[in-house]
Design a protein around this ligand. Structure first.
Ligand code: CTP
Ligand code: MG
Length: 234
C-alpha cells in the first residue's frame, strides 16, 4: 500500500478574515476548522506520521483546545511555523523523516479520503502530485493596457493536498531558497526547476476558508457532505 507522511499547515495569521483568533481555530458545527483535516489525515490508511505546523504563540492553545480534546491517543508531531507559508512548509520538511510527504492546508477542512489517497498514489507513480478543480467562471487577465479573455478549458485551479517524493521537493526548495524566490504552493516550487507534477481532479467541496463568507459556506458544506461517502465520521 502507498504510504506518505503528512504536513498540515496551521501557522497562518488569517489576515483576510479579520477575527480575534486564527481561522484554523474557529468552530464550524461545534468543532475547530483544524479538527476536520487532522481527523481526515489520522484516519487515512495511506498516511503515516503527521507533522502539524503551528505559530509558536498558539502551540499551548492548540494542545489544550484541539489535540488533548479530540486526539488524545494520537501522536502528532508539532513544528514551529514561519513568517510565510513557504517557510512553514520548509520548517516541517526539515524534520519530516519519511520518503514521501503530503502537504495540506488546514484551511481546507472538507478534503475527502479519496483526494488524499489519490494524492499519495500519484506521488508514488509520478514523483509529485497536486489536486486541482476546473474553473466555472469566465477567466480574464489584466495585461495593463487591456483585459482579455483566457481559454477556460485550459485553466486549472490548484488546491491542496499536494504530495511529493521528499527528496525531489527538497531539491526544488533548495533552488527557491538559494534564489530568494516566493511561492504560494509546492507545485509552483517544482515548476521553477522544471520538474513534473501530476495534476489530478480533486473536489469542489475542498474550498479554502479564506474570508468570513467562507465560514457560512463551510456550515452549508458540512450539512451536505454527510450524504457523501467520506463524511459520516465527521
Ligand atoms: N500557513 C502557515 N504558515 C504561514 C502562513 C500560512 O502554515 N506563515 C497556512 C495557513 O494556516 C493555511 C494555509 O497555510 O492553512 C493556507 O494559507 P492561507 O489560506 O493564506 O492562510 P493565512 O495565511 O492564515 O491567511 P491570510 O493569507 O488571509 O493571512
Ligand atoms: Mg496566507
Amino acid at each position: 500500500m502507498y504510504k506518505s507522511d503528512c504536513i498540515i499547515l496551521a501557522a497562518g495569521k488569517s489576515s483576510r478574515m479579520d477575527l480575534p483568533i486564527g481561522k484554523q481555530f474557529v468552530e464550524l458545527s461545534g468543532k475547530p476548522i483544524l479538527y476536520y483535516s487532522l481527523h481526515k489525515m489520522i484516519n487515512n490508511e495511506n498516511i503515516n506520521e503527521i507533522y502539524l505546523v503551528l505559530n509558536e504563540k498558539f502551540i499551548d492553545y492548540c494542545r489544550d483546545n484541539i489535540l488533548n480534546r479530540f486526539f488524545k491517543n494520537h501522536n502528532i508531531n508539532i513544528v514551529k511555523g514561519g513568517e510565510s507559508r513557504q517557510e512553514s512548509v520548509y520548517n516541517a520538511l526539515k524534520v519530516c523523516k519519511g520518503e514521501y510527504v503530503l502537504i495540506h492546508d488546514s484551511a481546507r477542512p472538507f478534503v475527502s479520503e479519496t483526494v488524499i489517497s489519490e494524492g499519495v498514489k500519484y506521488a508514488h507513480i509520478y514523483g509529485a502530485s497536486s489536486s486541482y478543480v476546473k474553473p466555472v467562471d469566465t477567466m480574464k487577465i489584466n495585461l495593463g493596457d487591456k483585459i482579455t479573455t483566457l481559454k477556460r478549458e485550459d485553466m486549472l485551479i490548484i488546491q491542496t493536498p499536494q504530495c511529493f517524493k521528499k527528496e525531489k521537493l527538497m531539491r526544488a526548495y533548495d533552488y527557491v531558497n538559494e534564489n530568494s524566490l516566493c511561492v504560494t504552493d509546492e507545485s509552483s516550487v517544482l515548476d521553477l526547476i522544471d520538474e513534473f507534477t501530476y495534476f489530478y481532479l480533486g473536489d469542489r467541496y475542498n474550498i479554502k476558508i479564506t474570508t468570513k463568507e467562507d465560514l457560512d459556506m463551510g456550515e452549508v458544506i458540512l450539512k451536505n457532505i454527510s450524504r457523501r461517502d467520506y463524511s459520516e465520521d465527521i
